[in-house]
Design a protein around this ligand. Sequence first.
Ligand SMILES: [Zn+2]
Ligand SMILES: [Zn+2]
Length: 354
Amino acid sequence: MIRSLLPPSSLTMTAITLLCLGVALPATGAAAAAEPKSQITILYDAFGTDAAMKKDWGFSALVEVAGKRILFDTGNDRNIFAANVKAKGVDLTKLDFVVLSHRHSDHMAGLSYVLSVNPKVKIYAPKEGFGIYGSSLPSSFYRKDESLPPQMRYYDGKPPEVMKFGTAWQGANFELIDKTTEIAPGITLMALVSDAPGTTELKELSLAVNTPNGLVLVVGCSHPGIDKIVEAAAAINPKIHLIAGGFHLVVASDDVIGKVVTSLKDTFKVENIAPGHCTGEPTFAGLKQAFGDRYIYAGVGTTLALGPSMARGERRGEAPALDENDWASYRKLAAREDPFGVLEWRRKKQLAHR
Ligand SMILES: [Zn+2]
Ligand SMILES: [Zn+2]
């Protein structure tokens, strides 16, 4: 059973406050304009309860925080991304900037749609040698042989000082990020590099925003490791209010999942967790068990209201897709050997499938 326990929206809260003060309430649009939103809307994912949204593998979120409207990643399919953006009524012409977390297509495919409606929008992307976002190198990087005739030499022996390498989105307004950078007051793009087999040297950007309630961290796929990203984020502000996005534990073993869940909860004392995308179903279960009311359901179409109500645990996530029997056995088992019952739950599921 799916429960919807959404609290009054911040707009409604504003309305209530104004009414309590005896202030006549203007049109809702004016009220909304007076107070910038502080929320994250999931625009792309493979699970969710909003019937108006299409589900597909990939990630995108509209992050409205610190007075900025940030599009973080753009999903896996241009048409599905466009449909979901329209279903949520998101105006892509009014963005402060776009962040592309990394070069995997399930995070980039909607960029062509973004550019079709907002061709000049600033796009932050990781800087990688010969990357898809374009790059450059001083021509001194390659060895020269002056004994060769000009027609055998690159650029006839007269290379430009800086050699530019193209992007798949020519004309787009990219700003490439090489190392962790505060791009606006309180808004940091963290640049970490993966060393995992299959994605070695892949650079990934994560978005860390300092808010009055602590750090809000949005991650795309966490290829460098969610634990490493959180460790780097804790150096910006050790009070981590929320982590949303993909933790890349979709094929991880129970051991690895257990360690990550423990470190997020006990080592980094993350306050709220809103996992999605490549976090993985068993990790959803483990995090839900560990974080309880502070597990914020974040399927496609969900809007997470940031702020003190979230910190007080007033916002409750709906359960991940587990049925009542799963939960009953899972809770019983969780009290035993492993901290959050993940191992036992998986073992039982495997036996049931034989
Ligand atoms: Zn990826
Ligand atoms: Zn991904």
